[in-house]
Structure formats: structure tokens, C-alpha cells
Design a protein around this ligand. Structure first.
Ligand SMILES: Cc1ncc(COP(=O)(O)O)c(C=O)c1O
Length: 381
């Protein structure tokens, strides 16, 4: 991490810092993992971080965009992502969002239920258009990740049940105002063991054979979603994820048909390590056997620890004193506003700069105005 604390002396904290050099390096590694294969496409998952400056860098690197709301579709277009490389997923697309995406002529709706497919067909007919769709199938594959970020098990709300795939493809392929383009999947997030993606490949292979046996059209697109994890424990040792290993698992285990396009939707792996939440210590508060380091950042700026018990490495950028044990907490009026307990950190003082590392993904985008706090700003360097 290359951060000079002088950069933050004159700004109000908490504030996000984004290391643009690292983002560019990460995007270059992602591109290299394609090995020049033109049928591999990346659609960046905008939900991970929608800061316009970052979106412009990511679109400039040649990626498409995976969106989950009308707002994200508009942000992706404003940031220069080509319309045909924008996809729109989500279990609950509102009519106005469907209309917006149709009028903007995005590349693909990732449809998550048969009722939604009906509505998209109707909206497209009303506008005199044809909606390009992939069907998001819930593969009933366990990613063995955190319960709150697993999405591909049958009890999750996402996608069309795997056993309904044949019926759904038949219906989609026969609709007057829908153009069936392929299949979409996503098993969960922050997956670090590449072998977890192998059962998904197996499921896709099985489905392709089944659809062929039924005489249904071959998918033009196989979209395997995102999910590659990052090292929250050792951000300096692993600043760039293993994109090569990730793409290779699919190369080895997925049986693509001639001409089939393989889409990935990386979110966290693109932006997590380039972002740091910078905060100041407001107070050091010893209470009985606990020693609270009270920051000016709370879950309003970074909710992952309170939301998913997520770990973010914490560093004191100002102190070189002997280490002590702290509970690092925020100022929000909720007991869950705790970043981490029993952390060993150099002796802290009011005004010290504290870094919460690996905060570029699902950090700023999840910020809220609870307690009427202002949304965080950012510095890019
Ligand atoms: C459909 C879909 N694609 C892509 C992603 C991005 O996942 P990640 O940030 O783990 O790469 C998500 C995350 O929730 C998702 O739901």
C-alpha cells in the first residue's frame, strides 16, 4: 500500500483511498488470463464499487458491465461501457428498470424467474422491441463460502431452479419478443479454493447435454458469474488475485460448444485490494479489561464486519509505539458497530490515522447515511 498520511492531513475523514496503479495492474492481470482468447469476456460487477472514476478506468480497460439495477445500468452507460456489453441481473427488476434497459439496448437481461421472463416479453412487445435474454439458473451447487454471500444453493432466492431449465429454455426460445442468448450462473462470492468452481462446470456440462437431447437451441453465451475471492488477511502479499488459476479451472472443466462465448462477472477480485478506508482515532477509551479505539469511521462507511463478520486488516499508519490490544469500534449508536476485537496494534492516540485494508469492494457502495452521517468521499492516487 502506497499511502502518504500527509495526503489526508487536510481532508475530512473517514475517506476512501483508491490506488489506481494497483487497479490498472489488476486489470492487466485479468486481461492476461484470457490468453488472447476472443470468446472470453469479462463483465465487471458494478455492485462491488460504482465510483464513476473507477468505472471509467474499468470500461477503458475493455470490460463490460454486470448490473443489478436501473441505476447501475445508467451508471455503466455514463462510464462508457458499450451497451451490448452490459448485462442486467437481479431477482426483482421493476417495470421502469426493464423499460430503461430495453430503451438503452443493453446486451442481455439475466432473467431470474419465469414470471420475470413473461414481464420482459410483455414490456418488449409494448415497446416494439426484442429483449435479449440469458436465463439465470440456480445450479444447486454449494460454494462453501459465507452463508450471507452464497447464492447458488436451491434454498437461495436467486435464479430459475435447475430442474426447470429445459422448460424455461423452451419457453424463452418460443417467445415473440425475446431473443434467447444463453445461460447464466453465479454460485457465491469470495471463493478462494478454485476447486469450488468445478461442480458448477459439471452442472453446466450436464445441462448443455440435456438441452441438446431435447433439441433446444445451443446457448450462444455461457455466463459463469463472479465469485473469485481476495486475501483479506495478507493484502500486501497477494495484491492481485490469481486470475490465471481462476480462468484455467473453467478452461479445463467446462465443455464449451464451438463458437460459444464464456462470460465472467468479477467484482470483488477487481477492486477490493485497491481500496482502503482511512479513518482517524477520535478517542482511546479504557473500560475495565477492554481498551476501545474509537474511530471516526463506522459501519456507515464499511458495513462488512457488522453485516457478515468480515475481517479487514487494520493498521495504525501514525504510531510506531509498542503494541497493545484494542477493540476497534466506530461511533455509530449500535452495538454491532465493531470492526474487530482483540487487535494487536501500536499504541494509539487521538488523531492517529487508521487504515482498514481491502475495502475497495462492497465498501463504499454499501455506505449509508444512518445517524444522518454524510456519505464518504474518496481520494484516488
Ligand atoms: C450475478 C452476480 N454476478 C457477479 C457477482 C460479483 O461477485 P464477486 O464480487 O464475488 O466477483 C455477483 C455478486 O453478488 C452476482 O450476484
Amino acid at each position: 500500500m502506497h499511502i502518504d498520511t500527509a495526503t489526508f492531513e487536510s481532508v475530512r475523514t473517514p475517506i476512501y483511498h483508491y490506488d489506481i496503479q494497483l487497479l490498472r495492474k489488476t486489470l492487466a492481470a485479468l486481461d492476461a488470463a484470457r490468453h488472447g482468447e476472443a470468446n472470453i469476456h469479462y463483465h465487471y460487477a458494478v455492485k462491488a464499487n460504482a465510483r464513476p472514476e473507477l468505472l471509467r478506468i474499468i470500461s477503458g480497460a475493455g470490460l463490460g458491465a454486470d448490473c443489478v439495477s436501473g441505476g447501475e445500468v445508467s451508471a455503466a452507460i455514463a462510464a462508457g461501457f458499450p451497451r451490448e456489453e452490459i448485462s442486467f441481473a437481479g431477482v426483482g427488476k421493476a417495470d421502469w428498470e426493464i423499460d430503461l434497459a430495453l430503451r438503452e439496448r443493453i446486451g442481455c437481461f439475466n432473467v431470474e424467474s419465469l414470471p420475470e421472463l413473461e414481464v420482459i416479453n410483455e414490456r418488449a412487445a409494448a415497446l416494439g422491441m426484442t429483449a435479449p435474454v440469458c436465463l439465470r439458473i440456480n445450479p444447486d451447487v454449494d460454494a462453501h463460502t459465507h452463508e450471507k454471500i452464497t447464492t447458488g444453493r436451491s434454498e437461495n432466492k436467486f435464479g430459475i431452479p435447475v430442474e426447470d431449465t429445459v422448460e424455461a429454455v423452451r419457453i424463452a426460445a418460443g417467445m415473440a419478443n425475446v431473443r434467447y442468448r444463453g445461460l447464466h450462473f453465479h454460485i457465491g462470492s469470495n471463493v478462494l479454493n478454485m476447486d469450488e468452481f468445478i461442480p458448477l462446470c459439471g452442472r453446466i456440462n450436464e445441462l448443455q447435454r440435456l438441452l441438446e437431447a431435447e433439441g433446444l437451441p445451443t446457448a450462444e453465451i455461457i455466463n459463469v458469474g463472479g465469485g473469485l475471492g481476495v486475501s483479506y488477511e495478507e493484502p500486501d502479499a497477494y495484491p492481485v488475485p490469481d486470475f490465471d488459476g481462476y480462468v484455467d479451472v473453467y478452461r479445463q472443466h467446462l465443455e464449451l460448444r464451438p463458437g460459444q462465448q464464456l462470460y465472467f462477472e468479477p467484482g470483488r477480485s477487481v477492486v477490493a485490494q485497491c481500496g482502503t478506508l482511512i479513518s482517524r482515532v477520535l478517542y482511546v477509551k479504557p473500560v475495565r479489561r477492554r481498551n476501545f479505539l474509537i474511530l471516526d469511521a463506522g459501519f456507515t462507511e464499511l458495513i462488512r464486519p457488522a453485516f457478515y463478520n468480515a475481517y479487514h486488516k487494520i493498521e495504525n499508519l501514525s504510531s510506531k509505539e509498542a503494541e497493545e490490544t484494542y477493540d476497534v469500534v466506530g461511533p455509530i449508536c449500535e452495538s454491532s458497530d465493531v470492526f474487530q476485537t482483540d487487535v494487536r496494534l501500536p499504541g494509539g492516540h487521538r488523531g492517529d490515522f487508521i487504515a482498514l485494508r481491502t475495502a475497495g469492494a462492497y465498501g463504499e457502495t454499501m455506505a449509508s447515511g444512518y445517524n444522518l452521517r454524510p456519505l464518504p468521499d474518496a481520494i484516488l492516487s
